[in-house]
Design a protein around this ligand. Sequence first.
Ligand code: ATP
Length: 786
Amino acid sequence: MERRQHDSALAEALRLEQAYVGGLYERLDVVRRETEAALHAEYARGETGGLRQARIEREVASAEHARRLARLSAVERDLCFGRIDDTGGETLYIGRAGLRDADREIVLTDWRAPAARPFYTATPATPKGLVRRRHLHLRGRTVAGLDDEVFDLDRLSDGDRRTLVGEAALMAALRRGRTGRMGDVVATIQTEQDRVIRSGLPGALVVQGGPGTGKTVAVLHRAAFLLYAHRDVLERRGVLVVSPTSLFSRYIGQVLPSLGETDVVLSSLGELYPGVHAVAADAPATAVVKGDLRMAGVVAAALADRQRVPEADLEVSIPVRTSVRDGVEVVVERMTLTVDHATCVRARDRARNARHPHNVARRLFVIDMLRALAVDEAVRLDGPTEEEDLRYARKVLWSQPAVREALDALWPPLTPQRLIADLLASPEALLSAAPGLSGAERAALLRPHGEPWSVGDVPLLDEAAELLGEDGDAADAAAPAPAGHWDDEDDEDGDDEELYALGVLEFTGLLEDEMMVAGALADRHRAPAPARTTADRARADRRWAYGHVIVDEAQELSAMAWRAVMRRIPARSLTVVGDIAQTGSAAGARSWEEMLDPYVKGRWRQETLTVNYRTPVEIMRVAADVLAAVAPDRRPPESVREGGSPPRAVRLDLGDPVSPGGPDGENGSDGTGTGTGALTALVEEELAEIGEGRLGVIVPDARHARLAALFPAHGDLLDSPVAVLTVTASKGLEFDAVVVVEPDEILTQAPMGGNDLYVAVTRATRRLTVTYRDELPPMLSRLGRH
Ligand SMILES: Nc1ncnc2c1ncn2[C@@H]1O[C@H](COP(=O)(O)OP(=O)(O)OP(=O)(O)O)[C@@H](O)[C@H]1O
């Protein structure tokens, strides 16, 4: 009887909610059509013609309509996912976007609006004025189910004073199989995550949290929140999300678009320098040296070494008379022009002291040297030495290949790639530029020309680019310029911007850092052209100054990488997310202070996430043992999932890591397996257990190539049912089932091996299996008991 009553009440509630939600979708359709019409009207007014100002205004309006349309399309799925009723009888529906009806009344509240906040923060203990929170589950445009939490303090027992928000909806979300891509969690954001998401824009926020605490997902929602709350600034200046690998960038790539935000730049560390896609990792010893802040001085010294003066006077032999014989021009008389050593030194010092980037300062050097050559030529030929004549003579001299060659040898036009590749390939160049490094450190840096760039090279390239001026400057500096152009040392239009930039530098303390010259910063603040999106422009421009930067898995960044990141955010508005206990890179962070204090000393705030939404309690106990062994002062997060299958260890002999092949037998009768066949069988077994989900095989680096070949991925690795990964590549990812191969080798393969093992055993949402040949490491002994 009671059951029947409940069912009919539920049916009635669903009917009412369907009526409301149906109305919201109708309204969404109307707004979309209106926006489409406005966009077409803008196009119809023509893209050309009219005053420049009017044209720009039209372009801006079109871009705004197009962005709005993209946002409205993105919110179709789960448009409305919640409802709150307060003690005053008010009801609000919460959704992915805000909507107003034809009378401008709010019918759907954007999840980011302040009014929506109680939906995420009310708990039975602190109901924030709510009497009920309802989660709506949609299938397409149909309301398929709902979960209610009624806040009735009188009925609250101590045990009920849980802090999980919308527990039923949360658990339903967590139970879903992994799709290979991270999804948004807008309907089930938890209170501690909400605090991170809505923390203010200015300054540096550090989000520290153990594995699976939703750091990544929370900061992506934070990006969407900041764009909503500060759209004016951030749409112009852009938001950058830096991730450790491009695999991880792809893994998280869907979250912001699903929240209606498509204009955010996602970049891996190896892609931070436009035009380079570095994926290679350096050996730990190399990574440590390359990541050390002393490398900034080494790059500067390497550049200074390329600004030379001849040991004695400069002598250049140029043709003065030629004649044509048999149709070929031959030189019949040459003349040697000289610039004395002291003048060469003066020209070099003057160019250096101007404090312009190398490729810009080169112009000063070349002008001075050409002038000296022109004077010498005039003296030798008894020619005129009026300024006008010298200017002409300079131009003629610059067209002489011998002159160009001589000056290029002293102050060459350089690209960052050329400077760094030349430096790292030459023991002599390294010795000269890095006398402060030990012999072993210099040896660790050496690499042959032509090797692919490593992720650790990217900050060096960035450093070089900052000192050289942009690539375009190298081309300009190499090309002959009209004499008049080279006389103008300053770009007058840039003066105001340069003053503003100086102000910014002083404010942020960068002036003391001398990390960038004001001219370079001024370029970053010049008014944008309206045609391309902010993200497009920012992505292509190494010197872009972002409005906000989010750094995920931030513990992996070296000190040099931080320098490159900070350069992109002169206003120092950034969110830093990570877990010091998961640091895998030997050049990575041991503490947040160590990495951040050089830039924002005493001016950063920290939030800590404490609840693990990924790893079930049973697996987390194993992870906690690992953590206790490698970082006894850190506490693991508390898991909300229970009832996962018990994690297990399986003895499995895969042969030697380096020798190809190894035994190829099947499972032994005692449950011990040998060979890759046994691993394949184990993976099949696990796949059968998880049904639709994904499985990750996490392996020691030395075994990766051979084991990855057993499970070839067709297309993107993330879409494949089985992904074989090194620990570094698995960072930040998660799978329904995980098989960790040879934990002993993971522990010993790198200085931070303990942290790596902690990462590996915390990637599973449901099942964990560890395979080993000889002995389980003592910190995994709990597994041996299963
Ligand atoms: N509020 C939430 N509602 C639903 N799912 C959530 C919530 N918070 C986190 N999750 C899920 O928990 C999992 C872990 O989240 P996430 O990857 O962001 O954690 P993390 O702290 O970055 O982990 P790690 O440090 O191990 O990389 C993801 O599947 C995420 O969707």
